[in-house]
Write a protein that binds this ligand. Structure first.
Ligand code: SF4
Ligand code: SF4
Ligand code: FES
Length: 666
């Protein structure tokens, strides 16, 4: 039901219960806020959002006053401005006003509102209370206690969004400070969000401190591809260097306005001096640098010779999960054109990325009455998906079920639950199938595969599976999967293996066995940013662009087609995987689809998961018996290991528990 009111003389109609601060936005009236935030709700702490409501003797706070029928609200005028000026004067009593050296300067709400609403002077003559600056809050964040306006956004994020409750307000009055409740370092998978929520420069990221002014940054919106959630993010670049990523507040459908610490902080590797910048060719046991023309010629000849000598089964390609849709499509197109069927994206432990007919939208998780977790380390594999799970539990009252068996999971469901979300890691097909079977009768079931690679689902949709081409259509010939190719390698029957953005020596179930197998392949090609464990065993290493350096699309775990936009220029001499495939295609005399055809093809094959399979479909089964594996505990930076090439991240000990006490001066 809507209510009708006027705000600054403009008639407004909003749903009953809408806070005045939100109602004012519908008529483009800005009301200043510190403690209020759209995604955190009101707290009524800072009082800066004062408005004048006809019939009420005192000014009211717009963030915690619901719109009512017939209300007449003024967000401007002498009374309001005097009230706001008073609040700002109080907020500034102990504020250090160190804007010239503050990272928030230029995008600070205290600076902006002080300019807009404060008096410009103060009646307070007492000296300011001094507090510690540069307090080491944990591996990622530094706190400047003097700058804090105690809006508690950070504390409330930790409580009602991250469900961590590590941050608290300690002490009282002018002496209150933000700290962790236990005194331990502030550490979880979503810490960086508080630096964005902080309306002042009290909480800053260690990776970004003193690096730039906001007006020096060039901003590009793109998709995070570090896992399969596909959070929208801004990439901020200064003079060609990617300095930070920021969330997109209105990205309600995908990230809900948040980023995990992997997506936010694991970016320094783009500027690493360790980046590969020239093709490397193994000669006499060591690498020599060669030009791209020679690299394409060697690569093309190796494939042509292998097919001539041993047939197309002696050639294979692995990749796609870290490539764009366009690249994954062209990868399978080119190899299938020359008769190669050994194609797969699955170089690690995950077997399946496409959920099947019940695949849900990310927002459906919030509607679930129960969320069943049928996989391991979901929080580390797809972190921001996990925030939806927490939201559903904290705000929607959903029951989150972690159960060893499907029977236990069914038994743990709330009575009468008809809306269930089932989240699986895509690793153990039998387990996925058993859980899906157990919940098949649920009226509104939505399923999700938390993929380890950002475009795993896109790779499957584009045809990077040994049994299916684009759009999941059955391939003309079934090839070997990645594990099968490694088995062929061990047997000496694989002659050329081309790998794109995969590091199986690090990530496969038995990386040591993969390393031994690669030794037996006469020609191994690896496209990579760094000389990874796998690249170091290659015959030919091709320096590749990362996701922030190229343009295309990606398909997230919920089937949303998302844009990948180039935000930063790649080092000279580095090509995208698409450009490499074009070079190879020329050697193999294959005409690739033109760019405009590619776009149409990608869109055609993108989002719709086939009706005829669900979790654990037998087509995703491995060609070889599973191998014993020793799986280290997942962390937020598990994955390809790019973070090791960021000197700042490497020293932050984000991966390992820190024994450092909080409160040490940085
Ligand atoms: S540190 Fe920032 S977000 Fe937290 S209470 Fe202080 S001003 Fe608010
Ligand atoms: S959840 Fe995934 S997509 Fe989102 S920011 Fe983290 S790594 Fe990136
Ligand atoms: S924003 Fe309304 S009281 Fe803080």
């Amino acid at each position: 039901m809507n209510v009708n009111l006027t705000i600054d003389g403009v008639p407004v109609s909003v749903p009953k219960g809408t806070w005045l601060v939100e109602a004012a936005k519908t008529v483009q009236q800005e009301i200043p806020v510190y403690c209020y935030h759209t995604k955190l709700g009101p707290a009524g702490l800072c009082r800066v959002c004062l408005v004048d409501i006809e019939g009420m003797p005192k000014l009211q706070i717009a963030c915690n006053t619901p719109a009512a029928e017939g209300m007449v609200v003024r967000t401007r005028g002498a009374r309001v401005e005097a009230g706001r000026a008073m609040i700002l004067e109080l907020l500034l009593v102990n504020h250090p006003l160190d804007c010239p050296i503050c990272d928030k300067g230029g995008e600070c709400d205290l600076q902006d509102y002080a300019m807009a609403y404060a008096r410009g002077n103060s009646d307070v003559v007492d000296p300011k209370t001094r507090k510690p600056k540069a307090v080491d809050l944990g591996p990622t964040i530094v706190l400047d206690e003097e700058r804090c306006v105690v809006c508690q956004r950070c504390v409330r994020f930790d409580d009602i969004i991250a469900d961590e409750r590590q941050l608290v307000v300690k002490d009282r009055g002018a002496h209150d400070i933000i700290a962790t409740a236990t005194g331990s370092p502030y550490r979880h998978n979503f810490t960086g969000n508080v630096t964005e929520l902080c309306p002042v420069g009290a909480l800053t990221s260690k990776t970004y401190r003193f690096k730039s002014r906001p007006w020096d940054l060039n901003r590009t919106q793109t998709t995070c591809t570090q896992c399969a959630v596909g959070c929208q993010q801004f990439a901020d670049v200064r003079y060609g260097t990617l300095l930070r990523t920021m969330s997109v507040e209105n990205d309600d459908a995908i990230s809900d306005g948040w980023l995990c610490d992997r997506g936010r902080y694991n970016i320094g590797f783009y500027a690493s001096p360790d980046r590969l910048t020239q093709p490397l060719y193994r000669k006499g046991g060591s690498f020599v640098q060669i030009g791209w023309d020679d690299a394409f010629a060697l690569w093309g000849k190796a494939i042509t010779d292998a097919i001539a000598a041993k047939g197309t089964p002696s050639v294979g390609a692995i990749g796609g999960g870290r490539l764009t849709n366009e690249e994954a499509y062209v990868l399978q197109y080119l190899f299938r054109k020359i008769g190669v069927a050994n194609l797969d994206w699955r170089s690690g432990r995950q077997r399946q990325a496409t959920p099947g007919a019940n695949g849900g939208a990310l927002t459906d998780i919030e509607l679930a009455q129960a969320i069943v977790i049928a996989g391991e380390s979901i929080e580390e594999r797809a972190p921001v998906l996990w925030l939806r799970v927490r939201k559903a539990a904290l705000r929607g009252g959903a029951t989150v079920v972690h159960a060893a068996t499907p029977a236990e999971a069914v038994a743990a469901l709330p009575a009468g639950a008809t809306r269930v979300a089932l989240v699986w890691d895509g690793i153990d097909l039998a387990r996925g199938r058993a859980f899906a079977d157990a919940f098949a009768g649920v009226a509104e079931l939505s399923t999700y595969v938390a993929s380890e690679q950002g475009n795993a689902r896109g790779a499957e949709a584009m045809g990077m599976l040994p049994w299916s081409g684009p759009g999941y259509a059955a391939a003309r010939a079934r090839g070997r999967d990645a594990a099968g190719m490694f088995e062929d390698a061990r047997n000496g029957s694989l002659a050329v293996l081309s790998m794109f953005g995969v590091n199986p020596v690090r990530n496969a179930a038995d990386g040591a066995a993969v390393a031994q197998a690669l030794v037996k392949v006469p020609f191994v090609v690896v496209s990579e940013l760094f000389l990874t464990e796998t690249a170091d065993r290659a015959t030919l290493v091709l320096p590749a662009k990362g996701a922030f350096e190229k343009t295309g699309t990606t398909l997230n775990l919920a089937g949303d087609l998302l844009p990948v936009n180039a935000a930063v220029q790649a080092p000279d001499g580095v090509l995208s995987d698409l450009e490499m495939l074009l070079g190879l295609a020329a050697q193999l005399d294959v005409d690739l689809p033109r760019a405009e055809e590619l776009d149409a093809t990608v869109i055609e094959h993108m989002a719709h998961a086939p009706e005829d399979f669900g979790f654990g479909d037998s087509r995703f089964a491995s060609d070889v018996a599973s191998v014993p594996e020793d799986v280290p505990p997942a962390t937020i930076l598990s994955g390809g290991g790019t973070w090791r090439h960021d000197p700042t991240l490497a020293t932050l000990q984000v991966e390992t528990p820190s024994s450092q006490p909080v409160g040490a001066t940085a």
